[in-house]
Design a protein around this ligand. Structure first.
Ligand code: ASC
Length: 155
């Protein structure tokens, strides 16, 4: 019985790891979320380029990229904890913490749009991918408009 309880606890810890990501210092959280956004921009950009006809459409490559995007899209929200507004140069606006509910909604909108894009990419339907790329791009922009500053702070 104890063993089962332990196994459950270990599994629960593993499953909740991204949501409970712990950072030694604010700088680590800032770098972590910036790294995640860099990866998201890269993998989304590859699919967006196909949707825009700038790169030849390859359904398999599109789905591989949205798979990475889907996984990584769930990570940044774990790295905006209290006290991570400074510690390294960042474009994160104070509104993220002042209007936490709105920020959370924007983050959830983004992950929902990314999930739709991944579903569209797995279907291999370019028109569906184009529509979903628009949704993801809109969610990026919406959050940037409200919560991302023009310039980096000094840190
Ligand atoms: C990207 C990227 C963003 C978004 C945004 C969409 O590829 O790096 O920040 O798309 O430009 O409006």
């Amino acid at each position: 019985m104890k063993k089962i309880a332990l196994a459950f606890a270990a599994t629960a810890t593993l499953l909740s790891l991204p949501a409970a990501a712990q950072f030694q210092k604010p700088e680590d959280a800032i770098k972590y979320r910036q790294a995640a956004f860099t990866l998201m921009g890269n993998h989304f950009g590859r699919v967006a380029a196909m949707a825009q006809g700038k790169v030849a459409f390859d359904a398999k490559v599109a789905a591989e990229n949205t798979g990475v995007l889907l996984t990584v899209s769930r990570l940044p929200a774990t790295a905006f904890g209290e006290g991570t507004d400074k510690g390294a140069p960042t474009r994160a606006k104070p509104e993220i913490w002042k209007d936490a509910a709105k920020f959370k909604a924007a983050a959830e909108k983004m992950t929902a749009e990314v999930a739709k894009l991944d579903t569209a990419a797995k279907s291999g339907n370019l028109d569906a991918i184009k529509a979903a790329v628009g949704g993801v791009g809109g969610s990026c922009k919406g959050c940037h408009d409200d919560f991302r500053a023009e310039r980096h702070s000094g840190g």
